[in-house]
Design a protein around this ligand. Structure first.
Ligand SMILES: C=C1C[C@]23C[C@@]1(O)CC[C@H]2[C@@]12CCC[C@@](C)(C(=O)O1)[C@H]2[C@@H]3C(=O)O
Ligand code: AKG
Ligand code: FE2
Length: 372
């Protein structure tokens, strides 16, 4: 029996015994939240502003060229936004207001659904917090499987309404993620016969996923704070809904941090580490972070999509050849999450088989990327 996603951190417990603050009561940025150059290795990467800024591609999924456009966006950016994706706007409004209700509960109430040290689901700081000296100006709530037990704690009267919204959102996201998988893989020439684990109908029926609600309260000193530090996602792909406040930035080689502006009704899709592995490095998993805002509360909802529990992800054989050796060893999602818990942004290079022939620096090791 393969380990389930919900057991991913059983052997990597995290003791983040940190007091969760009531952000709204803080008039000044406490020192524990003030990031300096030393706390952030990407602090010197320039921000990219102004008219000449390169912008993240926007793909209309009803465009007959969507396959080609997706492939191009994945190769050149590792991230894109999608419109005409078929997710009802009412559902996006509902999930946003569910997130808002959750994070506006009193701290003691949210802590009733706190994530346990070896668990995956529940309320708390981002898991990657343990790699940093400073705290991030954000709170999160992770859902894997049913949120029922946690939601009963949060809303003893109303939990059913919120469970239904989550269930519906997960169902719709799963469908969209399967469709995006075929756009991403299809443009590499991969078809259903090449990916047996997509299932007999090619709908990735047994895929696993986690839902991450992120809240970034307004911050008295946004230039010194960090919402969510630079990371790549340990997923095949991630679908992100952001409310109307910007904050998501992606690192673009040669340009620096590029803001991904919220577009009404659009969703952000990013390549995760596991598609990077499947594509044998052809699709870069994009380094991204969230910055915060002085006056506006920001909310984002990430659908973190991965393979079925039992599947070992490795470079697709169709993409290999005498001059394209496999760059990564096979690994399950669970195992990869464990590796990420240990090595963080060096996780990809820790599963790499051989160094690229033409480079002194492994570009998949984001800790060594120099920009600007
Ligand atoms: C499946 C997962 C990916 C994730 C860790 C998690 O178990 C659930 C939360 C995810 C998240 C969201 C915020 C950023 C991130 C790096 C983190 O700390 O928790 C990602 C994790 C990841 O992609 O590695
Ligand atoms: O809030 C955002 O824009 C980014 C969130 C994110 O990167 C994540 O949940 O993995
Ligand atoms: Fe992320």
């Amino acid at each position: 029996m393969p380990a389930r996603l919900s057991d991913a951190f059983k052997s990597h417990p995290l003791n983040l015994q940190l007091k969760h603050p009531d952000f709204s009561s803080l008039q000044e940025l406490p020192d524990s939240y003030a990031w300096s150059q030393n706390d952030d290795q990407y602090a010197s990467s320039p921000g990219s502003f102004g008219a000449e800024q390169d912008s993240v591609p926007v793909i209309d999924l009803s465009d007959p060229n969507a396959l080609k456009l997706t492939g191009h966006a994945c190769r050149t950016w590792g991230v894109f936004q999608v419109t005409n994706h078929g997710i009802p706007s009412k559902l996006l409004d509902d999930i946003e207001s569910a997130g808002r209700s959750l994070f506006s509960l009193p701290v003691h109430q949210k802590l009733k659904a706190a994530r346990s040290p070896d668990g995956i689901s529940g309320y708390g700081f981002a898991r990657i917090s343990s790699f940093f000296q400073k705290l991030m100006w954000s709170e999160g709530f992770t859902i894997v499987g049913s949120p029922l037990d946690h939601f009963r704690q949060l809303w003893p009267q109303d939990y059913n309404k919120f469970c239904n919204i989550i269930e519906e959102y997960e169902k719709e996201m799963k469908r969209l993620a399967g469709r995006l998988m075929w756009l991403m893989l299809g443009s590499l020439g991969i078809s259903m016969e090449d990916v047996k684990w997509a299932g007999p109908r090619g709908d990735f029926r047994d895929a696993s996923a986690a839902l991450q609600l992120n809240s970034y309260p307004a911050c008295p000193d946004p230039d010194r704070a960090m919402g969510l530090a630079a990371h790549t996602d340990s997923t095949l792909l991630t679908i992100l809904y952001q409310n109307n406040t910007s904050g998501l930035q992606v690192l673009r080689e040669g340009t620096g941090w590029v803001t991904v502006p919220p577009l009404p009704g659009a969703l952000v899709v990013n390549v995760g580490d596991l598609i990077h592995i499947l594509s044998n490095g052809l699709y870069p998993s994009v380094l991204h972070r969230a910055v915060v805002n002085r006056s506006r509360h920001r909310l984002s909802i990430a659908y973190l999509y991965g393979p079925p529990d039992s599947v070992q992800i490795s470079p697709l054989s169709k993409l290999l050849g005498p001059s394209q050796p496999p760059l990564y060893r096979p690994i399950t999602w669970n195992e990869y999450l464990g590796t990420k818990a240990k090595h963080f942004n060096k996780a990809l290079s820790s599963v790499r088989l051989c160094a690229p022939l033409n480079a002194l620096v492994d570009v998949s090791d984001h800790n060594s990327v120099k920009v600007g």
